[in-house]
Design a protein around this ligand. Structure first.
Ligand code: UPG
Ligand code: MN
Length: 421
């Protein structure tokens, strides 16, 4: 879903460069066909995993080991220069000027601004660099277990050597900036060129609940993301079904029909996902609905550049560790909780321990029809609990922690102690 949005948003803003996606072999044929309708090229690469579980667990993101797969981008030597975009980015305007930069250009990471964030970066494919990167990985590993730690120690002069390699933050505006530095976000946020939904909560996993100060800020980007995703549904199908793959149909009304039926439908996106009630789907719809005309995304007629490659491209990566992605089965904002990602680093108290929050539910099947009443109740209440945790995390991330209650210092300390042990 992320990769689709990246491609669509690049095209919407008239990129003249080729758009390429790297996928791993476990991405289904069907999903690849969907991607082929949008990307100039779908390139299959092997999974590379740092398998550095210790460091990744420090980051609380064990799933990020496979981001080593990104390193394959240096093998795309049919292109002379590329811009890598994470699959959780959304392009807000034409950013082709990024190709004026040189390797390795990237924006600061908001968590440690002397490191660059590896969700958006300019690089030059080169087999020699690729080999050196792998060698570096073997010798030194990655200090955070993911590609970002590795790339930062490899391109270690980034923070000091050449200011032209520092991309402005607006090329990689991470969503956390709304609560880490809200006044700056208010002052400069409207200049954003690429939004990056960094962190455990992704647009496709969010419930779209943005009641806090985030609602006017990130909620807007979330709306744009969903509009872009839904617009896409009307502009394929893939080449094999007759339609020119890159011809977009004019204007798309946001599709609403069908969303309610999601509840009883077993979706195959991942067995880590849990459907939610149709009532909440309705809520989600109203949250993501454009609030005013300005926010409405208009789909312009456009076509993929016919020119041959200019030796440059945008690239993004998609891997899927679980099951197939069937775009056509998703009718609107998804109502899924990414259980593997659930309450990672929000403060924990007795009732909210990660084991209760994720493991139990991970083990339970999807909510489906045909369960007897008591079973249904148990599972629904489990779903409620996970939902509650997710809401709590969102409030926490929006700077609205319940400091007097469950997010009290003693609970935070307990979690830190547990983490440090
Ligand atoms: O199952 C997965 C997981 C990741 N990815 C790709 O890898 C990227 C990075 O993962 P993401 O969840 O976006 O990581 P972030 O939350 O952005 O975390 C940070 O840390 C990661 C690990 O170092 C870096 O890759 C990111 O660029 C950096 O922003 C994704 O966008 C995808 O392109 C997949 O394709 N499939
Ligand atoms: Mn990312």
């Amino acid at each position: 879903m992320g990769a689709i949005v990246v491609a669509r948003s690049l095209r919407r803003h008239g990129t003249t460069r080729s758009i390429v996606v790297m996928v791993t072999p476990n991405v289904s044929q069907r999903a690849r066909l969907g991607l082929e309708g949008l990307f100039d090229k779908v390139i299959v690469v092997d999974v590379m995993d740092s398998e550095d579980q210790l460091r990744l667990s420090m980051l609380r993101r064990p799933e990020l080991g496979i981001t080593f797969t990104k390193l394959h981008c240096w093998t795309l030597t049919q292109y002379s220069k590329c811009v890598f975009l994470d699959a959780d980015t959304l392009v807000l305007c034409n950013v082709d000027e990024l190709f004026d930069r040189d390797e390795l250009s990237a924006a600061p990471d908001p968590g440690w601004p002397d490191c660059f964030n590896s969700g958006v970066f300019v690089f030059r494919p080169c087999l020699h660099t690729h080999a050196r990167l792998l060698e570096h990985a073997l010798q030194h590993g990655s200090f955070d277990g993911g590609d970002q730690g590795l790339l930062n120690t490899f391109f270690s002069s980034w923070s000091e050597a050449d200011i032209s390699k520092h991309l402005p933050f607006i090329y990689n505006l991470t969503t956390s900036s709304t609560y880490t530095y809200l006044p700056a976000f208010k002052q400069f946020g409207h200049n954003a060129k690429i939004v990056h939904f960094l962190g455990v909560m992704k647009p496709w996993s969010s419930q779209g609940r943005t009641e806090s100060s985030q609602s006017q800020n990130m909620g807007r980007f979330l709306t744009l993301w969903w509009n872009e995703y839904r617009a896409q549904k009307n502009c394929q199908p893939p080449a094999s079904e007759g339609e020119p793959p890159h011809k977009f149909e004019k204007t798309q009304q946001v599709q609403r029909e069908g969303a309610k039926s999601l509840f009883s439908k077993k979706l195959e996106i991942s067995d880590l996902l849990l459907t939610q009630s149709s009532v909440q789907m309705e809520e989600m719809h109203s949250m993501t609905e454009p609030k005013d005309k300005e926010e409405e995304v208009k789909v312009q007629e456009g076509s993929k550049g016919e020119e041959e490659h200019h030796g440059e491209m945008h690239t993004t990566q998609l891997t899927s560790s679980e099951g197939d992605f069937h775009p056509e089965e998703v009718k609107g904002p998804s109502q899924f909780l990414p259980l593997s990602h659930t309450p990672v680093n929000s403060p924990v108290d007795e009732d909210m321990s990660p084991s209760r929050g994720s493991k139990d539910i991970q083990d339970s099947p999807l909510i489906t029809e045909g369960l007897d009443n008591s079973q249904t109740k148990t599972r629904v209440s489990e779903a409620d609990r996970v939902r509650e945790e997710l809401q709590r995390r969102q409030l926490w991330e929006a700077g609205q922690a319940d400091y007097m209650g469950r997010d009290a210092f003693k609970n935070i300390k307990k979690m830190l102690d547990c983490f440090l042990e």
